[in-house]
Design a protein around this ligand. Structure first.
Ligand SMILES: [Zn+2]
Length: 151
């Protein structure tokens, strides 16, 4: 992927995160209602602990959260036992997978495609993290632009 494409992608991620930020509601003590945002976007937000009957959806020990799309409906699964900050980041990250339509590239089965998918997977994780940083306001455009200039 060329630098120009990467840079365009970053722009798209920033735009989508800004769109979501505009819809964000806050609690009285100023915390972002990220779960509410996810539901407002049409996602089902599910606690991992409530998935005893659906082991295929449960989080692995190494996972903080998961985005799942069943063809019609997007699901965000998170671990209730994590800290508030971890949960906020996880929800923001999983919303990123939804907003960036990452499920669309996950259904091809031949092995060559799977190798490419693996690379894409690594990239989609980076994109969702970047989205989360923007959504949570932890990544200033200035910092990103100065990185682009250096490159
Ligand atoms: Zn992810």
């Amino acid at each position: 992927m060329g630098w120009l494409q990467v840079s365009r992608k970053d722009e798209e991620i920033r735009r989508l995160a800004a769109e979501c930020r505009a819809k964000m509601e806050f609690t009285e003590d100023g915390r972002m209602k990220i779960g509410k945002l996810a539901r407002d976007l049409g996602l089902k937000v599910i606690r991992n602990e409530s998935l005893e009957d659906s082991p295929e959806l449960q989080l692995k020990d190494t996972e903080n959260g998961k985005f799942h799309y069943d063809g019609k409906q997007g699901f965000v699964i998170y671990d209730e036992t994590r800290t508030t900050e971890q949960k906020e980041f996880t929800l923001a990250h999983e919303i990123g997978h939804y907003m960036l339509r990452h499920w669309e590239t996950r259904d091809t089965l031949n092995w060559i495609i799977e190798c490419i998918e693996m690379l894409k997977f690594i990239n989609t994780e980076r994109e969702a993290d970047l989205f989360a940083e923007y959504l949570l306001g932890r990544c200033s455009p200035y910092v990103l632009e100065s990185v682009e200039v250096k490159k």
